[in-house]
Design a protein around this ligand. Sequence first.
Ligand code: PEP
Ligand code: MN
Length: 330
Amino acid sequence: MLFILKKGADWSTLKEKISSSGASYRYLNLYGKELVVAWPDNLVETIVDPSVEMKVKPKRPFQLASNEWKSDPTIVDVKGVKIGDRKVVVAAGPCAVEDEEQLMTTAKEVKRAGASLLRGGAFKPRTSPYSFQGLGVKGLELLRRASDETGLPVVTEIMDPRHMEYFKRYADMLQIGARNAQNFDLLKEAGRSGMPVLLKRGMGNTVEEWILTAEYILSENNGSVVLCERGIRTFEKSTRFTIDIGGMVSAKLQTHLPICADPSHPAGKRELVHSLALAAVAAGADMLIVEVHPRPEKALSDSEQQLTPEQFSLLMQRIKALAEALGRTA
Ligand code: PEP
Ligand code: MN
């Protein structure tokens, strides 16, 4: 249950009423609104208090992410790049940062093609411990340098909450990967950092479970969350994962958060990336995150699915044309 408070109201009597009902609660200041989220619903349903402007009982288990209390779409600001507005924002860059030359070349190429954010993994979640694990902090330093040189803010994956100080220093947006999507301590720490978060959907998560992961970040007073569909595991083997366009649209219809699509990981093959990216934009994605490598065949991770800079440049032209046809820009 959400109690949206009157501006500057003294809510001490509300606090007492919730406490004496035996319910739990959290006071938050989100999107310029003071609110109290209290649970379980049945204990607080009948509470009325003069400090409350509006009481909302969302129909689904997620509360803060629901558009039942916030109908205006949230715009997430990453150093001036606005996600969730009219412009389709594209983040691009290598799967993993490999060395300075690879990253700088890619950053300059994707900037020239029209990307707004630079992506690149420094800490890589690999299925096998014998695969390239990323350059770690050195990779973050290189990302910062590439960002400073190109002006593209950086989005990069954090795997361990103990690394947060480095991400605060070197990154502009945290990425939570599919494999860590339900690492609840990491989600809370990402929330507490106050940094914008690109939150991937776990490959085995329903849309509801995915939105509940966002709820952990919002519960820490951090409203800057972008939900990212990156494909789920199904019985289908012709693609690496099954991109769930329907689920992405469903998430958009139930929340106020901006939605991103990652066409690279579900594709698994370069040839499919353009079609999946365009399908996601046609379905209303606010953002795309695309893997680009100057020499994809030599890449140390996800070699098959990374686009060459030329392929990415062509994709950007297509995205721009489609966005314009839809009354947006890119
Ligand atoms: C990535 O973006 O490089 C990545 C590992 O993505 P995911 O967590 O979606 O697999
Ligand atoms: Mn990858």
